[in-house]
Write a new protein. Structure first.
Length: 279
């Protein structure tokens, strides 16, 4: 295992790379007046942290390979999905409203608003969430045990769950007949956020793999922060608030469908509209 000073150096180098990367992306976003690509960068950047850690640690230990393979698979799949969605649909309305509000109410310029509201916290947040794939690679020579194999299965399930959910919502939105309707079939029948649930499973699984290593327990803030971000600080809360006002039947769907953990839906409210005509 690396000496503690070397571990701290590795983490500091990764953090510096995160900061440098987001400064460069902030300059790009300011130039094109669009920061919507940040969601795809969030995913791709976590995969990049797994690879930069491997470049510093070296070796081809099974635990390293398992962590890197699962993390990069998650990052590339999600990152490309979000990048292609941005290229196909243009600026994300959430960020457009955020920037317009900052200019109208506070008089902030676009570069300053994007720095304060979007980019400033990205580097530390990504660095903390990705702790399992950083610390889990240190001292990874011990054989893979039951806990790590369970973590690998959970992470793979999370990637598959999120992938299926994204495919279902993409296909739903492509059908003009579904305009103004609510997707309440497939995974979306059991959870309003299959993508968030898949993310959480993936990173809990990566944490369990790291936990078998000597420093894995110190990676616990990673999955805990991700859960907080997705359930308390993401755009999901404001997105749902808007949908209840603009999408007929969404309030009923919200009442009868689990917010995160997949669960059989409750009966529809008496007399309430059934999204999509019912399941």
């Amino acid at each position: 295992m690396l000496p503690i000073p070397d571990v701290l150096t590795l983490l500091a180098i990764n953090f510096a790379l995160c900061v440098a990367g987001f400064v460069a992306l902030w300059l790009v976003g300011s130039a094109i007046r669009d920061v919507s690509f940040i969601d795809s960068v969030w995913a791709l950047g976590m995969g990049a942290l797994a690879l930069t850690t491997w470049a510093q640690v070296g070796g081809r230990e099974p635990r390293q390979i398992l962590l890197i393979a699962l993390c990069v698979a998650w990052a590339v799949r999600l990152g490309l999905h979000l990048l292609l969605r941005w290229r196909a649909h243009g600026p994300d309305r959430r960020y457009v409203r955020m920037m317009d509000k900052a200019k109208a109410e506070r008089g902030w310029s676009y570069p300053y608003a994007s720095l304060r509201l979007v980019f400033l916290l990205q580097a530390p947040l990504m660095w903390v969430v990705a702790l399992p794939v950083q610390l889990g690679q240190i001292g990874a020579s011990a054989p893979i045990g039951p806990l790590a194999w369970a973590g690998a299965a959970i992470a793979a399930l999370g990637i598959a769950f999120e992938t299926i959910g994204d495919l279902q919502i993409t296909a739903f939105k492509k059908d003009p007949a579904n305009a103004g309707k609510v997707l309440d079939r497939g995974l979306w029948r059991y959870t309003r956020h299959p993508n968030y649930f898949g993310d959480i499973l993936a990173w809990l699984g990566l944490f369990l793999i790291a936990l078998e290593g000597p420093l894995g327990v110190w990676a616990l803030p990673g999955p805990l922060l991700l859960i907080f971000l997705l359930t308390r600080w993401s755009g999901g809360v404001t997105y749902e608030r808007r949908l209840t006002k603009t999408r007929p039947g969404y309030d009923d769907y919200q009442r009868r469908t689990s917010a995160l953990i997949p669960w059989p839906p409750k009966p529809a409210s008496a007399g309430g509209p059934m999204p999509n005509g019912g399941a």
